[in-house]
Design a protein around this ligand. Structure first.
Ligand code: NAP
Length: 246
């Protein structure tokens, strides 16, 4: 049987690769033939990957991370801007510090990682996948800064897609529904919350990191060669509408 290797020879940089969706994506990309640079603020990389410790909201650390990748592999073909944090609060509850931190880690990081990676992609094209969320494309209560950050990523994705199409750089984002990772562990430790959240996903279960990784792999691969500027929900139907009879 011929095995399809979808990222053969590609160099893939994944941020937030130490955990959850980033980790699952790094593992999947490596399995599909990529050489993976796994970056995280506190890293326990999967074996066989180049691990780089970097706070992606910090310009100097981002520049050092990109330099390390270029030193090692000479180029970057795929950038997955995945690292992120979540704070569940309304505008009035939210401290100014928390607001700034969420915007820095979730949005400034995408700007910085893209800013310093794109020059290395311009000669031969590439694929950038940004991590948004269902809360960036539809309303969910109690997430003022977080939903703002994810909405900004959807807008930035479209902007970058248009700016860099001429260089053969595709830019897309994924919008996951609620997915079982350390980020949602607190919320999902409450069975009542799990039941409520599951009911919001018409396919009848929460997401797994592998569900999101599969979509990122597709957008990274040449199978998505004519796709740019999209915000792809990967959400079990969360954003499709109401799953109850009315
Ligand atoms: P996760 O398991 O917490 O993974 C996030 C990773 O990013 C962690 O390893 C974290 O490190 C790292 N990180 C945090 N701040 C960083 C920084 N400043 N620099 C570098 N790395 C940093 O959560 P996840 O659910 O996989 O989340 C990944 C992305 O998916 C996030 O952008 C999140 O907003 C998005 N998302 C998640 C869901 C969901 O339901 N899980 C849904 C939609 C979108 P530490 O653990 O050391 O902080």
């Amino acid at each position: 049987m011929i095995e399809l290797v979808r990222l053969a020879g590609k160099i893939v940089l994944v941020t937030g690769a130490g955990s959850g969706i980033g980790r699952a994506t790094a593992i999947l990309c490596a399995r599909e033939g990529a050489r993976v640079i796994a970056a995280d603020i506190s890293l326990e990389p999967a074996s066989g990957q180049l691990a780089v410790q970097a706070d992606v909201s910090d310009s100097e650390q981002v520049q050092a991370m990109v330099q390390r990748a270029i030193q090692e592999y000479g180029t970057i073909d795929v950038l997955f801007n995945n690292a992120g944090i979540a704070v569940r609060q309304t505008v009035a509850e939210q401290s100014e510090q928390d607001w700034d931190r969420v915007i820095q880690v979730n949005v400034r990081s995408v700007f910085l990682c893209s800013k310093y990676t794109i020059p290395h992609m311009m000669a031969r094209g590439g694929s950038i996948i940004n991590m948004a969320s269902v809360v960036g494309i539809t309303g969910v209560r109690n997430r003022a800064a977080y939903s703002t950050s994810k909405g900004a990523i959807v807008a930035l994705t479209r902007n970058m897609a248009l700016d860099y199409a001429q260089y053969g750089i595709r830019v897309n984002c994924v919008c996951p529904g609620f997915t079982e990772t350390p980020l949602t562990r607190g919320l999902l430790s409450n069975p009542a919350a799990v039941a409520k959240l599951t009911a919001l996903h018409p396919l009848g279960r929460l997401g797994r990191p592998e569900d999101i990784a599969a979509a990122v792999l597709f957008l990274a691969s040449d199978e998505a060669a004519w796709i740019t500027g999209v915000a792809l929900p990967v959400d079990g139907g969360f954003t499709a509408g109401h799953a109850t009879d009315v």
